[in-house]
Design a protein around this ligand. Sequence first.
Ligand SMILES: NC(=O)C1=CN([C@@H]2O[C@H](COP(=O)(O)OP(=O)(O)OC[C@H]3O[C@@H](n4cnc5c(N)ncnc54)[C@H](OP(=O)(O)O)[C@@H]3O)[C@@H](O)[C@H]2O)C=CC1
Ligand SMILES: CC(C)(CO)C(=O)C(=O)O
Length: 303
Amino acid sequence: MRILVVGAGATGGYFGGRLMQAGRDVTFLVRPARAEKLRTEGLRIVSPFGNAELAPKLVTSGGIAEPYDLVLLTVKAYGLEAALDDIAPAIASETMILPVLNGMRHVDVIKARFGEKALLGGVCLIAATVDDEDRIVQLTPMHNLIYGEMSGERSKRIETVDATMQEAGFNAKLSEDIERDMWGKWITLASLGGICCLMRGSVGEIEAAPGGLAFVLRFFDEVVSVVKAVGKLPGEPILNMARSMLTQKGSAMASSMYRDLQKGAPIEADQIIGDLLARAQKAGMETPLLSAAYTNLAIYQNR
Ligand SMILES: NC(=O)C1=CN([C@@H]2O[C@H](COP(=O)(O)OP(=O)(O)OC[C@H]3O[C@@H](n4cnc5c(N)ncnc54)[C@H](OP(=O)(O)O)[C@@H]3O)[C@@H](O)[C@H]2O)C=CC1
Ligand SMILES: CC(C)(CO)C(=O)C(=O)O
């Protein structure tokens, strides 16, 4: 299976790098500055599961000569439209696109551009970042990639994807209901992103502050009530796991949006919080905490 990994940042560099290490046929689509760094310094991964230094196959926009079987899409939401333009020559009638972007907005954007059949559902659970030396740093031992047909069907092609992802150095899982998993991830992420960015702290710091725990639980309940009304709510065990992750004493956990905010980098406020808020408003729901989080993030974005 020929795989094109679009982006060699935190998630693309990590999952693409691990696939490469496991001997899969991986090419990275990168922009010129990143290509230059990868050529001179290699793709370097720093991880609790072992560091790696790899010499990846690279292609830049305009250099895609033929279609790929699988496109692993790992750009940030604000780079999505441009990335879809760039990958057009890689997409043929049988190409599958597996996005790991957070939120749900990209689903409609990709379908509108390449058709419903091209799209697979995907969720990645990892806390990774690109450090000052351009290394991919995995911050916690979590490294899960979950995928499936949006219809839930166990198709031949998704089984082939699954066979490619298994034993590739991370936890890979074929989901029977990836759409629900994506909504579940969005619940966790909107809650984690909202609380960390509003309170400017990690889960443990917020939990330890006066009123912190009550605030987190109210925020989480509000997000869950929106998803219950407008999306696909995951089962109680998943919600319980998310609730305990968001309230864990002493936890250094924080969202990637909060890490980006601290670095002064662009953030995905519209996809992670704004889109959920818009869906809630369309359904006539009052969401004071999501609204506060979005206003707070919009001020940062408007600077
Ligand atoms: N980081 C994390 O821990 C997690 C992130 N996610 C989600 O995954 C998605 C990706 O995030 P993340 O990996 O952190 O983002 P990064 O910013 O670390 O990486 C994105 C990469 O995409 C590259 N890129 C953007 N546009 C193009 C293009 N047109 N062609 C080629 N490369 C391009 C960027 O290149 P350049 O270097 O040139 O800027 C950058 O290296 C986001 O939606 C995020 O919310 C989900 C779970 C965890
Ligand atoms: C919630 C988490 C850490 C899980 O992967 C994430 O997706 C993010 O911070 O962007």
